[in-house]
Ligand binder design. Structure first.
Ligand SMILES: [Zn+2]
Ligand SMILES: [Zn+2]
Length: 240
């Protein structure tokens, strides 16, 4: 039976780390240690080499580093604000990676296995390609920096400039993209839009859609603090 940790502490990982064939790795055992923190080390025998112990850390480092290096040849194409196609042009393969606040999920086999076998799934090579596309190298940086929200906000802001805004009355706007038209209404803390279902538990700033940003631009709120400026200026906008 495959144990969860075998996905990290595997013969194939040793083979990759030593650049030898997997068949040359004849033995891999987890040895318990009587120490309070590091609960085990890995005993490895490779044909033609002296038997040795490996630290768990070596495997964990390799697990991420190998995927990160494999991600270099991949091409990333953003399909939706949070969805990316990750393409290997040589292999003609394509996987779909989705960013979430605390993970980068993917429909590839490796990611599915990580979910299945690891207590906490890491990142597959496609996920690393997406992180790199966002200017980040580690999942921990991505989570700590709240990059998810920043990424979505930036995407909406950039796309908002491509839309056409028409004011229909003091509070209402029609916002036109290439093929669709959406309707936005001004409210004191938010610009509501026909494209979004509103969740009263979420902060309003997270619920600004691209159309809302287009209306902000139309009203002249274009700086970094544009939502805050809008909330402060709401009373005089509708007086106009
Ligand atoms: Zn993947
Ligand atoms: Zn919208």
């Amino acid at each position: 039976m495959i144990q969860s940790e075998d996905y990290i502490y595997s013969k194939s990982a040793v083979a990759r780390m030593l650049n030898v064939a997997q068949s040359a790795v004849t033995r891999l055992e987890k040895w318990p240690l009587n120490r309070p923190f590091d609960c085990s080390i890995i005993f490895v025998i490779v044909k033609g080499k002296r038997p040795r112990f490996w630290k768990k850390f070596d495997f964990l480092f390799h697990f991420a580093d190998w995927r990160r290096s494999q991600s270099k040849e991949l091409v990333v194409d953003r399909l939706m604000p949070n969805v990316f196609a990750v393409i290997n042009e040589k292999k003609k393969s394509k996987y779909i990676a989705t960013i979430r606040p605390d993970s980068i999920t993917c429909n590839c086999e490796d990611y599915k296995n990580q979910v299945k076998f690891l207590a906490k799934a890491g990142v597959c090579k496609h996920g690393y390609a997406v992180l790199k596309n966002l200017g980040i190298s580690k999942l921990s940086e991505y989570i700590k920096g709240n990059i998810y929200q920043q990424t979505l906000d930036n995407y909406k802001k950039q796309n908002a400039f491509k839309l056409t805004v028409m004011r229909t009355d003091a509070y209402s706007f029609a916002v036109q993209g290439s093929s669709t038209i959406h309707y936005c209404d001004l409210h004191p803390n938010i610009i509501k839009c026909s494209c979004t279902k509103y969740d009263t538990k979420k902060p309003n700033s997270e619920q600004f859609c691209t159309h809302g940003y287009a209306v902000l631009n139309y009203l002249g709120f274009t700086g970094n603090q544009q939502i805050k400026d809008y909330c402060l200026g709401f009373d005089w906008i509708v007086d106009d």
